[in-house]
Design a protein around this ligand. Structure first.
Ligand SMILES: Cc1cc2nc3c(=O)[nH]c(=O)nc-3n(C[C@H](O)[C@H](O)[C@H](O)COP(=O)(O)OP(=O)(O)OC[C@H]3O[C@@H](n4cnc5c(N)ncnc54)[C@H](O)[C@@H]3O)c2cc1C
Length: 304
């Protein structure tokens, strides 16, 4: 019996309610709509189930990979021969007390922002249009329009390598531009606490609507993508560099540099991971050649 069959059997024994899927197509779980099958995927419905999954995997020397809403992931066409634990939407919970919102790691940011709005709390408006979960957003220190997770995060509750519960204050999460201590994939975020300020609901709503309109006008939301493919290089904007190099609309198979926003590489239909990687390679090479700037991937890869 291989390790994944052993893990499936062990999880069925210690955690009979846990939903497990074998050979699950990753294209169904990534916003690029790209990716072959994952060997084994667990979809816990509680922190306890998540902890059982992490502990059982570690006991078999399997390193679990954590998945939120897959909105920043490019997965291999061959898929991923490993164990994934997906938080969306099983670990989706929201509570509020004295302006502090506690959100399960599988909660979508749009839900978090709407929840804050209903309570007249301001600070999370920027997050409303980011299609990720709380866990993915903390990991990426997601941000938009001048806001970022680091500005509102108070602390996180996580499972460490051994599957033990820990609470970590925001100051120890090493948050900087699209970076956190969790990018090494060793710890699973279970929930996060956000400190928000009291605000005027009408103003909060207006800000959210304004940002949504700006996104709709500027971003190719009608095509699958993972948002900005590249990080913002120091002193530049990735989209402007790409455009300056005449790469708008550049196409490889089903993958294309968006005509609407050059920072977005999109799936025009039927794109494979190989198409997307070839396009990424061409864009990086041309930008390096013509401007001397090295574009760094913001998108996380899986199985590549
Ligand atoms: C149309 C579009 C617009 C976007 N706009 C923005 C934007 O304005 N700003 C921005 O910052 N991003 C943007 N993104 C990118 C993406 O939505 C964010 O990076 C988001 O935070 C990813 O969250 P996720 O839940 O989808 O994470 P995933 O893509 O599933 O995972 C991202 C990383 O987080 C890790 N991770 C996820 N959950 C956990 C967990 N519970 N514990 C530990 N690690 C975990 C994963 O292993 C992976 O390394 C956009 C994407 C799209 C498709």
């Amino acid at each position: 019996m291989d390790r994944y069959a052993a893990l499936t059997r062990e999880l069925a024994r210690v955690c009979p309610g846990l939903e497990l899927r074998e050979q699950e197509p990753l294209a169904r779980h990534t916003s690029f709509r790209i990716g072959g099958p994952a060997r084994l995927m667990a979809l816990p419905r509680s922190a306890e189930e998540a902890a059982q999954a992490v502990r059982a995997a570690r006991a078999l020397d399997i390193r679990p990979v954590f998945l939120g809403n897959g909105s920043n992931i490019l997965a291999a066409d061959e898929g991923y021969e490993g164990f994934l634990i997906k938080t969306f939407d099983g670990l989706s919970t929201l509570e509020e007390r004295d302006g502090i919102i506690t959100a399960g790691s599988g909660t979508l940011l749009s839900r978090l922002a709407n929840f804050a709005l209903e309570r007249g709390l301001t600070g999370s408006e920027f997050a409303h249009g980011i299609p990720g979960t709380v866990g993915g957003a903390v990991t990426m220190n997601a941000g938009a329009y001048g806001g970022e997770i680091a500005q509102i995060l108070r602390e996180v509750v996580l499972l460490d390598r051994e599957g033990e519960l820990r609470t970590l204050p925001a100051a120890e999460c090493e948050l900087s531009y699209r970076h956190s201590a969790f990018l090494d994939g060793e710890r699973m975020l279970l929930s996060a606490r956000f400190a928000l300020a009291t605000g005027d609901p009408a103003q909060i709503r207006a800000r959210m609507e304004d940002l949504a309109a700006r996104r709709k006008a500027k971003q190719p939301l009608e095509h699958p993508s993972a948002g900005s493919t590249f990080k913002r290089p120091e002193g530049h904007f990735a989209a402007a560099l790409i455009e300056q190099c005449g790469l708008k609309g550049l196409t490889v198979g089903g993958a294309q540099v968006s005509e609407k926003h050059s920072g977005f590489l999109i799936n025009r239909g039927g794109a494979t991971c190989a198409d997307m990687l070839a396009l990424i390679g061409q864009v990086r090479a041309r930008v390096r050649q013509e401007t001397g700037v090295e574009l760094e991937l913001e998108v996380r890869t899986l199985g590549i």
